[in-house]
Design a protein around this ligand. Structure first.
Ligand SMILES: NC(=O)c1ccc[n+]([C@@H]2O[C@H](COP(=O)([O-])OP(=O)(O)OC[C@H]3O[C@@H](n4cnc5c(N)ncnc54)[C@H](OP(=O)(O)O)[C@@H]3O)[C@@H](O)[C@H]2O)c1
Length: 254
């Protein structure tokens, strides 16, 4: 990585599995102290144990970021216990696909609550701390990385509300990027294609089957591939902002 993250602090939401877990590992290996946040604290503790064995500083935060006060507390605990916040990776998300007609409204609510509102609560609480980090050594730059998706660029039948949330993440990220650019807080959006994680475990069985068919025989990305892209984004020199990264499996055509 171009610039080490030594002396910096990162908060990763949704760090108990998949992309978030791999990202926490990558940032810790680059020298950051890492706060790992999610609801499944047993998974976070296991991750923290592995990282501490490698010499990293890790703070485990059990949180449901769809609750505004819990999202704010996650950010405030990171700053109180690790001293600052240089990097926020807004990764926690859920993808509940299926036709709009007759869809359980509860699924739509869960996606909006987490992918949109949860991300916004974390972003809102983090902005003052990121601005402060950007004014100080060691890097004089700070990062917010928001995880959108190919689904934030291309809408498909059966994916409407997930598309809505991820298009929203992309739009919010670009607006916030413009707002914070001159103050050296870089706001980036990372848009993965299909990654082999637990994301599809939450689909209804009939929808899951259809989703599996779509990617049958295709080699999906690994969570580490996206963590690698995020690591690249946040270790650029202060003058370089990677605004948007779209990463598909080589064989994914749409
Ligand atoms: N996998 C893909 O193909 C793909 C493609 C494009 C974009 N993405 C995006 O990548 C991000 C990570 O997904 P993933 O693929 O790594 O899936 P994943 O393994 O299911 O990870 C989702 C993470 O979100 C956390 N989470 C869920 N609800 C939460 C809540 N209320 N509060 C706090 N954390 C919560 C989960 O932890 P707990 O359950 O422990 O809370 C988990 O750590 C998501 O935003 C997803 O939309 C994934």
């Amino acid at each position: 990585m171009a610039d080490s993250l030594e002396g910096t602090v990162a908060l990763v939401t949704g760090a108990s599995s998949g992309i978030g877990e791999a990202t926490a590992e990558a940032l810790a290996d680059a020298g950051a102290a890492v706060a790992v946040a999610a609801r499944r604290v047993d998974r976070l503790d296991a991750l923290a144990g592995r990282l501490r064995d490698r010499g990293s500083t890790v703070l485990v935060i059990e949180t449901d970021i769809t609750e505004q006060d819990q999202a704010e507390t996650a950010v405030e605990r990171t700053v109180a216990e690790l001293g600052r916040l240089d990097t926020l990776v807004n990764n926690a998300g859920v993808m509940l696909l299926g036709p709009a007609q007759g869809a359980p409204l509860e699924e739509w609510q869960r996606m909006v609550d987490l992918n949109v509102l949860g991300l916004l609560y974390c972003a809102h609480a983090a902005i003052p701390h990121l601005l402060r980090a950007a004014e100080s050594a060691p890097r004089n730059v700070a990062d917010m990385v928001n995880i959108s998706s190919v689904a934030g660029r291309v809408a498909r039948a059966g994916s409407g509300v997930y598309n809505l949330t991820k298009f929203g993440v992309t739009a919010f990220s670009e607006s916030l990027r413009q707002e914070l650019a001159t103050r050296h807080v870089r706001v980036s959006v990372v848009e993965p294609g299909a990654v082999a994680t637990e994301l599809t475990n939450h689909l209804r069985p009939e929808v899951r089957e259809q989703s599996a068919k779509r990617f049958e025989g295709m080699e999906k990305l690994e969570a580490e591939d996206i963590a690698d892209a995020i690591g690249y984004v946040v270790t650029r020199p202060r003058r370089v902002a990677i605004n948007e990264v779209l990463v598909r499996p080589t064989e994914q055509d749409a």
